[in-house]
Ligand binder design. Structure first.
Ligand code: FAD
Length: 418
């Protein structure tokens, strides 16, 4: 049931959903744009949640992607606090949590992801535990803030980005911090051992108790049963806690699409134009599994640059412009005074070349496969990172000696490799 003015309905008002809406207008879309999100308030960015917002360095207004007037000016109908419950691709309509129904001409899934839940004996009702938290939303951080005080004992389950960013923020706010990581090193899934060792050293020097190879076996509640008192580890150790933050990854929000008969395989399956196999249904951001030419396989990425890039592709496709989503994945993480910028995917690398001194606070790590640069981690080297993005996009073949020679400007290697 198409309406006379074409309607694009966007489900999920996060980074990707909001970008689709504005990119549609920037690309000249004259139809109706409806942006629906189940969270309250204006669409916001998540990266500061584990950084400046957690440290109370910025207030909630600083998180908003745009002011309310921007939506009004661009004639974007923003409906928040409203959940899409059912998508009916046959009838081209969506049913919402308040019982309302909206017809669409184009539908965009931008439903993002949610924190992966911790499953443990004693954790059958995690919602009852007032000091056990996940960190995905403003509401999560506002809950964490109730116990996030100088001198409190924070236990972080998971030594990935979110866990380490929270650890850095917490130390800077005077909390006692223990990180429990099941794998033998932190950031194990995304970086080389050298980079993990660097971050472990930095955190230990800042006073964080990092315990790698330490699986969590259970939680001990206080007598009331409404708070965690300690975390029990598989090695028999017990870590006392005033608050616990779990950061063990993310699950894509794909159930709505799946129930609508749309293909899901570790994300809503889309092509390079962000289209699902269902006519007039597209998707962008953390919820998608999309082809990547550089790596020759589908990827599901959890990063702001990917959400924005793919959202612009969605808008272009809806506007009839063929603009494939063909970006090199990149990401950043801020911990203490360190800006880590990563480009490419390092899985399968055969060699690591380090430029600079990892015993200091600034270096770049190049991941090589078949003699070519497939990924780079740059720590406090933003200018090198800009060049590194090009090296990865080119899969540049550069002699390891030259890559590792900190006296040679990286830029000069780019020219010679092209
Ligand atoms: P989301 O931001 O998850 O937005 C999806 C929205 O859709 C949510 O509001 C969700 O509630 C809503 N929704 C879901 N289902 C429905 C439904 N049925 N009906 C209505 N609404 C629905 N990335 C970086 O690049 N750098 C960083 O430093 C960084 N730090 C991060 C720190 C934290 C703590 C977190 C949680 C993420 C961080 N990320 C970072 C990742 C980045 O925030 C995500 O990649 C990005 O938000 C993805 O945007 P998205 O729009 O796809 O999904």
């Amino acid at each position: 049931m198409a309406t006379s003015t074409p309607t694009t309905l966007i489900l999920g008002a996060g980074q990707a959903g909001a970008e689709v809406a504005f990119a549609l207008r920037q690309q000249g879309y004259a139809g109706r744009v409806v942006l629906v999100g189940d969270e309250p308030g204006l669409p916001y960015q998540r990266p500061p949640l584990s950084k400046a917002y957690l440290m109370r360095k910025v207030d909630v207004d600083a998180l908003h992607l745009r002011p309310r007037t921007a939506y009004e000016t661009a004639a974007i109908e923003l409906r928040t606090g409203l959940r899409a419950e059912r998508v009916e691709p046959g009838g081209k309509r969506v049913v919402f949590s308040d019982g309302s129904v909206l017809a669409y001409d184009k539908l965009v899934f931008a439903t993002g992801g949610r924190a992966r839940p911790l499953q443990l004996p004693g954790l059958e009702h995690p919602e009852r535990l007032l000091n056990l938290h996940y960190l995905r939303s403003i509401a999560d951080v506002d809950r964490i803030h109730r116990q996030f005080h100088e001198g409190s004992r924070l236990v972080l389950i998971g030594g990935g980005y979110v866990g380490l960013e929270v650890a850095a923020a917490a130390r800077q706010c005077g909390l006692h911090v223990t990180v429990l990581e099941a794998l033998p090193r932190v950031l194990a899934r995304v970086t080389a051992a050298e980079v993990s060792a660097f971050y472990e050293r930095i955190h230990r020097e800042a006073g964080v108790d990092i315990r790698t190879g330490t699986s969590v076996a259970g939680v001990e509640s206080d007598p009331s049963g409404d708070a965690v008192r300690a975390i029990r580890c598989a090695d028999g150790s017990v870590v006392a806690a005033d608050l616990v933050v779990v950061g063990i990854g993310q699950l894509p929000n794909t159930e709505l699409a799946l129930r609508a008969g749309i293909a899901v395989d570790n994300g809503i399956v889309v092509d390079e134009f962000a289209c699902t196999a269902e006519p007039d249904v597209l998707a962008a951001g953390d919820c998608t599994s999309h082809p990547n030419r550089l790596y020759g396989r589908p990827l599901r990425l959890e990063s702001v640059p990917n959400a924005l890039e793919q959202a612009r592709t969605v808008a272009a496709t809806i506007c009839g412009v063929h603009r494939p989503h063909d970006a090199v994945p990149w990401f950043w993480s801020d911990q203490y005074d360190l800006k880590l910028q990563m480009v490419g995917l390092s899985q399968g690398h055969e060699r690591l070349i380090v430029r600079g001194d990892p015993t200091g606070r600034s270096f770049t790590a190049f991941y090589l496969q078949d003699g070519r640069v497939i990924a780079v981690d740059a720590i406090n080297r933003p200018q090198e990172f800009m060049i590194a993005k090009k090296l990865v996009a080119q899969r540049a073949a550069i002699s390891p000696d030259r890559l590792g020679d900190d006296s040679l400007p990286l830029k000069s290697l780019l020219t010679t490799s092209a």
